[in-house]
Design a protein. Structure first.
Length: 131
């Protein structure tokens, strides 16, 4: 059962809930590639953290750490991306400007080359894991 495995794995893991806007500033993609007979997947999870969404220490911790990311895409599909063997890395950068998506927020992007695709988590309520 994916839910039981996830709960067991997260019991000893630091969880950072990343706040985001309710619009389309979050995206997930995962291309598969083959090289020298080996297949691998490239998950990309990116979005915008609102100005007062996380403090600077937490944003720095995201950029310095390696992560397994539990996320829900814009279609309501919950996935687990990254593994203990090959965690995702996060890059962050401040963004400012006139456009709605550029108002003193932080842009984040999690990426890696994985040996398997992200796992779709059936019937999972993310709110359960954020408390």
């Amino acid at each position: 059962n994916n839910t039981h495995q996830l709960k067991t794995m997260l019991s000893n893991t630091e969880i950072i809930a990343i706040p985001m806007y309710a619009d389309d500033t979050f995206s997930f993609s995962e291309e598969d590639e083959e090289e020298d007979g080996n297949k691998f997947w490239n998950p990309v999870i990116e979005g915008i953290i609102p100005k007062f969404g996380l403090n600077n220490d937490t944003i720095e911790k995201l950029s310095r750490g390696e992560w397994i990311v539990l996320h829900e895409d814009n279609n309501g599909v919950v996935r687990l991306s990254g593994t203990e063997e090959i965690p995702l890395r996060c890059k962050t950068s401040p963004a400012t400007g006139r456009a709605f998506a550029d108002r003193s927020e932080t842009v984040f992007r999690f990426t890696a080359s994985e040996q398997q695709p992200s796992v779709i988590m059936e019937s999972l309520d993310l709110d359960y894991y954020q408390n």
